[in-house]
Design a protein around this ligand. Structure first.
Ligand SMILES: Nc1ncnc2c1ncn2[C@@H]1O[C@H](COP(=O)(O)OP(=O)(O)O)[C@@H](O)[C@H]1O
Ligand SMILES: [Mg+2]
Length: 379
């Protein structure tokens, strides 16, 4: 009989302070449900909406009842006395013996997908799934994301960025700049957010001021962008230094554009996999996806989103998401399933990639300030 294998102690982190708290819960439930209990001991690291670590009883309200016997919560029933995430992960509260081997931060949006949690995990020295600090931060900031994409020669929809403060002061000037550069419709969106929160389609001059000011309520910077009459295509990327691109899928939103309601509330929004597009368009999108992933120095996974202009056939790169939705009906796992990688295999691969990246980063030799070789040889 084969010896019993050591289980990987996997911390699944979910919830969080962002507006995408509920989406994260659904993604985490799918991830936990897709794990083989023989292979993993799952530690549920719930984060409440106020950013504290969820107590065991709070975790019970965050995950489906059917999954609860498959996880152990990171903290006990402390009630109002839960530790903060930082000291808990750094092992300052006596939980060091239950430290996860690796963490899957299934968190979307600010304080999760934006490099902050990744930075904390780096400091704690815990391997984790997905993009590192830089790629996560850039992937969340549409301003810097676009700068890197442009630098890499990728097709970015014509846009400009304005500080929310500047916007309020120079509204009329900004309106006429958008009109003369793009015409209508125009889109306005907060630079750092996601889930279509604060994204507005502006049909004419009469709607401009109110929409951009509303976007400005969510962030320090607003992106004002030419509206494209587009089909929305998405491609999944998986890997570290030699990433692979999946087949291309199409999102068919139930509303005028893929706003928050269409994304999460309207069951009529659907995905078409593979997208019904010309083979050369699919090839172009897969190639652009890998280039976008490399442009931000991605690792692990990302979903890359495109617009295909209905009138001209031009492919535009819209954005990269470093922690895409991971529910069983989300595009990312579905795209890989269509490539022959079922959910459980995909998660195993992501965990392997997380370990691989951690090992690789740990392996670099630190340079000694006195210039001697830091290779550890006695000289
Ligand atoms: N320039 C644009 N042209 C056409 N539709 C757009 C444009 N920008 C955004 N949209 C629509 O708004 C949705 C959300 O915008 P997006 O830039 O993807 O922000 P988020 O990070 O919130 O997903 C897109 O999926 C698309 O439906
Ligand atoms: Mg989007």
């Amino acid at each position: 009989m084969a010896a019993k294998k050591h289980k990987i102690r996997l911390g699944v982190m979910f919830g969080g302070k962002s507006g995408e708290h509920e989406v994260s819960l659904a993604s985490a439930a799918a991830v936990i449900g897709g794990l083989d209990p023989e292979e993993y001991e799952v530690i549920a690291i719930g984060i409440t909406k106020s950013g504290t670590i969820a107590s065991a009883s709070e975790v019970r309200t965050m995950l489906p009842a059917t999954l609860l016997q498959r996880v152990s919560p990171w903290v006990g029933e402390e009630g109002g006395n839960t530790p903060d995430l930082k000291s808990s992960l750094l092992g300052h509260d006596g939980r060091g013996d239950r430290r996860p081997d690796i963490i899957f931060p299934v968190l979307h949006g600010p304080f999760g997908e934006d490099g902050t949690i990744q930075g904390l995990l780096e400091i704690a020295g815990i391997p984790y799934v997905g993009c590192g600090v830089l790629a996560s931060a850039v992937g969340m900031d549409k301003d810097f994301m676009k700068r890197l994409f442009l630098h890499a020669g990728l097709p970015v929809v014509p846009y400009f960025v304005e500080s929310s403060r500047g916007l309020k002061q120079r509204l009329a000037q900004i309106r006429s700049a958008a009109e003369s550069r793009f015409g209508y419709p125009v889109f306005s969106k907060p630079a750092n957010l996601g889930s279509s929160v604060g994204v507005f389609k502006i049909h004419d001059a009469g709607e401009f001021d109110q929409a951009v000011l509303a976007s400005a309520r969510f962030d320090r910077k607003v992106v004002v962008e030419k509206g494209i009459d587009a089909r929305e295509l998405e491609c999944a990327v998986l890997g570290n230094e030699e990433p692979e691109a999946s087949v291309v899928g199409e999102i068919i939103p139930a509303c005028e554009f893929y706003d928050y309601t269409a994304k999460y509330r309207n069951p009529d929004s659907r995905a078409q996999i593979p997208a019904d597009i010309a083979p050369e368009t699919a090839r172009e999108i897969r190639d652009l996806s890998l280039r976008a992933f490399r442009a931000i120095e991605g690792s692990g996974l990302a979903r890359v989103d495109f617009f295909l202009d209905r009138n001209t056939g031009t492919v535009w790169l819209n954005e990269i998401n470093t922690m895409p939705g991971f529910t069983s009906i989300s595009m990312y796992p579905k795209l890989w399933a269509a490539c022959g990688a079922p959910f459980a295999d995909l998660i195993r691969r992501l965990i392997d990639l997380g370990f691989e990246r951690h090992r690789q980063r740990e392996g670099f030799t630190a340079v000694r300030p006195d210039g001697r070789d830091g290779g550890g040889m006695a000289v």
